[in-house]
Design a protein around this ligand. Sequence first.
Ligand SMILES: Nc1nc2c(ncn2[C@@H]2O[C@H](COP(=O)(O)OP(=O)(O)OP(=O)(O)O)[C@@H](O)[C@H]2O)c(=O)[nH]1
Ligand SMILES: [Mg+2]
Length: 1104
Amino acid sequence: MGHTSLDKIIALQRNPANIRNLCILAHVDHGKTTLADCLVASNGIISGRLAGKLRYLDSREDEQIRGITMKSSAISLHYRNGDQEYLLNLIDSPGHVDFSSEVSTAVRLCDGAIVVVDAVEGVCPQTQVVLRQAWLENIRPVLVINKIDRLIMELKLTSQEAYTHLQKILEQVNAVTGTLFTSKVLEERAEKEKIEERESGTLSGDQVYDWSAGLEEADDSHLYFSPDQGNVVFASAIDGWGFSIQQFAHIYSQRMGIKTEVLLKTLWGDFYLNAKAKKIMKGAQAKGKKPLFVQLVLDNIWSLYDAVVTRRDKEKVEKVVTSLGVKVMARDSRHSDPKVLLSAICSQWLPVSQAVLSMVCEKLPSPLDMTAERVEKLMSVGARRFDTLPQQTQELKRAFLQCSSSENVPVIIFVSKMFAVDTKALPQNRQRPLTQEEIAQRRELAKQRHADRMAADQRATQPNKEKYLTLKDSKPAEEETFIAFARVYSGVVKKGQRVFVLGPKYDPAQALNMLPEKYSASDCVPEVPHLSCCSMESIYLLMGRELEELEEVPAGNVLGVGGLEEYVLKSATLSTSPACPPFTPLNFEATAIVRVAIEPKHPSEMPKLVRGMRLLNQADPCAEVLIQETGEHVLVTAGEVHLQRCLDDLRDRFAKIEISASKPIIPFRETVIRPPKVDMVNEELGKQHKVAIIHQVSQPQSHINTLHVDPSGLVTLTTPNRLATVSVRAIPLPQEVTRLLEISSELIRTLEQVNMSLREGKNLDISLSTVEAITELKGQLESLLQGRKWRNTVERIWAFGPRRYGPNILLNSVEGYQRPSVWQCLSRGDKVGEAGAQATVLRDFDNSIVSGFQLATLSGPMCEEPLMGVCFSIERWDIQSSAASQKQDSMEKDSISNEAVVEIKVEGSSETTPQAGGIASGPSQARRRPDVSSADCYGPVSGQLIAAMKEACRHAFQAQPQRLMAAMYTCEIMATAEVLGRVYGVLGKREGRVLHEEMKEGTDMFIIKAVLPVAESFGFADEIRKRTSGLASPQLVFSHWEVISSDPYWVPTTEEEYLHFGEKADSANQALKYMNAVRRRKGLYVEEKIVEHAEKQRTLSKNK
Ligand SMILES: Nc1nc2c(ncn2[C@@H]2O[C@H](COP(=O)(O)OP(=O)(O)OP(=O)(O)O)[C@@H](O)[C@H]2O)c(=O)[nH]1
Ligand SMILES: [Mg+2]
């Protein structure tokens, strides 16, 4: 525990005013864990000499090997700032994109954050992401610009250049904050206006629209990072030094007799020292003078590096050492690596822990300073507004703000993740340091054993060994224990206490009605949805890789809770009050996209694998585990590195069996496009293309007499019993519409839920903001779907699919058929247009059409992947009323014999023959008779209609030019000019596309932004790293879906195409390769020749 005792920390936990909960956030490799090491060393937990090298908080083996953090971990530190003592609950987070979910879990529990930026690399993609995450959670950041030593040693900048460089970095960081702030202010203003509008009821006639209103009033000065505000530290974590302006202001105010306040204002900025006048003047740049920051601060550091590392000037070093008054040990000054001496001097002169921790204590808020805004945000789940929550729930806000630890306030805890630790490592099971007596006792025992063994050795040793082995085997396999990573927001958590576990869908309003008053968690388990009770078996203080058991933890602290694995999957809200709402879900930035199928090496070990995957699912905030329709066990992860970690965890910790993972399953989407105008060699396309399309469509043979495709792509299909006919056309949706549908999928899902309950006659209360969002979506769709083809389409949208919220549209173009549109919740109470008799019949089967559409969009005809960006327009839909009667018959007259039912049906159908004239092949009544009579053998009409609709959609899809869509990653690669060519080479080979390239100011680095298909991304990061000798390492982030331009069904038809691509033409067809790979994986038929040009082999052998 270092030099702070556990008792001390327990005492500090009781004073929330002096607690700081903070996390360290940054882009990957900017030095978070190294900085954390320095802070941990200041508590004596690790030695100062090892700080920066040990990376103490990277406690996993793979973290140490790879050199990146993968899990966030917490440690409690003690710090004395002036006469105050502070408790710092510090969480180190990973910077790699694959683990950004770990950042979300860390940020939720904190009130503040240290954002670390590499002085050379500056603001990187993940820096922006973490700043955004901090912003979304309303936590206050401070800045550490790390790795200043690289400016001296690597970039060899002069102190003046370094100053300019640092200014630029600050500008970049502030620009990101500025954008976040502006968007928030504008959003708030819009919100306010809406409320005002609603309240005033009427709109005043002449409204002046002032776009800048709000921005000017809002005070944003405290938001920005600036050294004179005291929220920036310059550091080199690896060399152990760091400073804020305050420190230098103190030093120079004593030495030069200038007031500290003056120095604080002028040390950073365009000020210089006029030595003659003994004054600080403005305008250093204009006059070509050295700014104060360069003269008084950077120059000192530069000359120290120069003396110690570059020139190794012993005399000068000694002078410096005595003038700074630091003590250097002889072995440090004699060390062959000058860096050792340097860090020995610097870490005493400007200890980084001192600079960072005092900034943290002064600038970051304590748990008592939690803002009302943040509390409301945490408590209002989903679309609900805070003021619509029940009264008792709103009262809890006070508990949050008070952060009180008295006995009569409710306990509120949030668990942000579950992590697994080895059961043996728990403090209950850990070996304590032994007392003297115990040591003596053990010594005796060991002696005894040794003597025994000697004696046994004389006899036969064999049996003994066996016994030993069997003994070892029979020991129960050590288990993993799950600990919840949590924070107490109110009340005191006690060991063994019982609390409610509130699921994410728990509704306090409903529960308060159901539960008797003063219901407590120690009563029996209530029957309220999404509510259960549990007791906290043990509570821990998190100390990096160690845990310390505690009896109780007061409000405002971060803690670990044991014994929740049965009740909490990944995150949860715990409380003693049933009025507490579940906290808003964590903001995850990453999309899980890489999926692999997993199976055990030995099939008999399947149960172990299943159990292991369940544990893995619980232990990782982002990994998903699911069983596909095919029966495969699939693991979905955020990226390659994450996948590797999950597999290692599964193998070594959770399942403990040999497993084999498939190649990553790459998702594709299928779509149709407008007929292209040019062929593969960019020649104008004539009529021949259309011929090819028709040729494709006529392939399926099974529907020969019920299917009709007209040249314009309209597909007409009749059900096998010939009672119903649908005509469908597939139309490509404009790209923007697809994208809009994709990003609005959550909203569409809500819309669908509302419609569902409307259909069932229930009235669901939806919040105003949801209604507004839906109206806005509708408006956006209307403005995007313009032109003759899309006239009035938005009103006619029948459904979205697949799964009712996907990016495909079903359109009702049936003449004279009116049905409630998907937007019905917007115009509640409006009557749907008068429905004719035919329409009523159609209404009965409405659901079948939607189901058929859902099935068709879930897996397309190319390789059974979901469709995207396709609009299916139903242009005709006939159904004979007999079908309807059949439906009723089958429902009502179950007892009637088969014969009788057939009779009725036959009659029905003959009555309505004229209506059925539209059927494409126009079968005669006589022919139909036997079909109808055997209608039963095809099953109920509704089922047949589903199948017919699905088939019709598939054929309509095939009647258009089909394309695959590939998932794309974006990546930003930083590389020096020498390796630029190789980076381009790798990108080119993997079908990547460079979006732009620019030079990073002040360095010789280039930043390349590129997109790359996910299918080509495996091993990409490794390859880039190898080819550039580790200089560039890209991070891949999922960005969008993109149509692959080549046609997978393309065969060369013209002379030029033969010339270009050869007869087989498989070299050019990437889309075909992808499609076949998917088909092969799914066990679908792949059209391929296995042996080609067999005669060539003969020639080869002849040559031998
Ligand atoms: N030159 C220099 N190198 C540093 C400094 N701080 C850290 N490094 C090096 O940068 C590398 C990454 O450091 P880490 O502390 O692991 O970075 P991190 O931000 O924790 O990385 P992730 O957790 O993977 O996101 C290590 O090789 C460190 O030695 C510094 O001040 N100067
Ligand atoms: Mg790290």
